[in-house]
Design a protein around this ligand. Structure first.
Ligand code: NAP
Length: 346
């Protein structure tokens, strides 16, 4: 890579869950990086972050974008639009991770684990010149991978979201409320969920279901019927989805497993108890089988288990699956892959 000009990069939201994960991945990459500027809100003024062995300042003053090579936008939606405008004005390519423009005509390349992400030459050429790229929600990335591999005509699912779906403030709220309840002290004010989340499940909480539905519809077109519900559960990180699928053509169990196992970025965990060794307390009761959300933390892959025939549908056409994944890791992989293609890095 020695003949490639070292890059000047800006990460907005550098102190957040996604921003930190992205910076970690950039540090591990072999990209030639001359400069990395981390931007956050004024709440983070004076803080630092580590990058390739150096401590760098987080700035709350927006840097001049003109002359930089790429801008990563990992802020909440409300702040992202202004950053997009600024990047477009400065003619610096950027990627929006917030979904602020999900319903607009923004180039949103297919998830990297889908075959269409690399086989469409026109789309690849468009990425190379796009001023603004979008990335689907972590849930969309996980679901799309499975739907394409099994050629699904209808999917109905429930997403179990952890408090990290609402960013660091969501995680802090669950932590603060849990500690207060254990200590029988005053419970702090409700966090970004708008209500208390500790030891409770919040139907409709967590991710933006309309966004996921719209993105899947955009990726698959009218050939796919899709509906989903989201529930926030009192875990800190990770996400799980329980899917009920109707396939376009019936498949035997072996074929379903073989197609899923062949996807890059997917691990089947059909047997065993998940990596944490979940076991039933009562030997007479069937042991629970993973993967669990904790199994998926810190893993770049989508873990799939509990592949079961849906008895309400014709044999071979209806299947139920359980997915566990880390949406922040899936998103940062997709973002880095797109930025690499946009910047023409090998
Ligand atoms: N969490 C997920 O699973 C996930 C997955 C995919 C995409 N996303 C999207 O990625 C974005 C970030 O999510 P997250 O979970 O990382 O949230 P987060 O932990 O709450 O982080 C938000 C970041 O944005 C910064 N920020 C807030 N206002 C700002 C401003 N005016 N100027 C510059 N920086 C500002 C925050 O700085 P301070 O620390 O100073 O407040 C923080 O660094 C969201 O749009 C989210 O929808 C999240």
């Amino acid at each position: 890579m020695s003949d490639i000009q070292p890059k000047r990069l800006v990460v907005f939201g550098a102190t957040g869950n996604l921003g930190q994960q992205l910076i970690e991945k950039l540090a591990e990459s072999n990209w030639p990086i001359f400069e990395l500027i981390g931007v956050a809100s004024s709440d983070s003024a004076g803080s630092e972050f580590e990058f390739r062995g150096e401590m760098l300042d987080v700035t709350s003053e927006w840097p001049t974008l003109k002359g930089r090579d790429f801008v990563f936008i990992c802020t909440p939606r409300s702040e992202a639009l202004e950053v997009v405008r600024e990047a477009l004005r400065a003619e610096v390519p950027c990627i929006d991770c917030s979904g602020a423009l999900a319903d607009q005509d923004v180039r949103m390349p297919a998830p990297i684990s889908m075959s269409q992400s690399t086989t469409d030459g026109d789309a690849e050429a468009a990425i190379k010149t796009a001023p603004l790229l979008g990335v689907p929600a972590g849930t969309t990335l996980a679901w799309a991978t499975v739907l394409e591999a099994l050629s699904v005509s209808r999917v109905v699912g429930t997403v179990l979201c952890s408090s990290s779906a609402l960013g660091q403030k969501g995680v802090a709220a669950l932590s603060g409320e849990s500690i207060a309840l254990f200590n029988q002290s005053d419970v702090p004010e409700a966090g970004p969920a708008g209500q208390f989340v500790a030891f409770d499940v919040v139907p409709g909480g967590g991710i933006d279901s309309d966004r996921v539905r719209g993105e899947l519809q955009r990726l698959f077109g009218s050939g796919l019927s899709v509906d989903l519900a989201s529930v926030q559960v009192p875990t800190f990180v990770g996400e799980g989805s329980s899917l009920s699928l109707t396939l376009s053509a019936p498949l035997a169990r072996e074929a379903v497993e073989a197609r899923l196992a062949a996807i890059d970025g997917v691990t089947l965990m059909q047997d065993g108890f998940g990596s944490r060794g979940l076991a039933s307390v009562d030997e007479a009761v069937e042991a629970p089988i993973g993967p669990t959300l904790r199994d998926a933390i810190g893993v770049d892959e989508i873990l799939i288990g509990r592949i079961e025939a849906d008895a309400s549908q014709p044999v071979g056409e209806g299947w139920r699956l359980w997915l566990a994944y880390d949406p922040i890791r899936l998103t940062s992989e997709q973002v880095l892959n797109l930025a690499r293609r946009r910047l023409g890095l090998p």
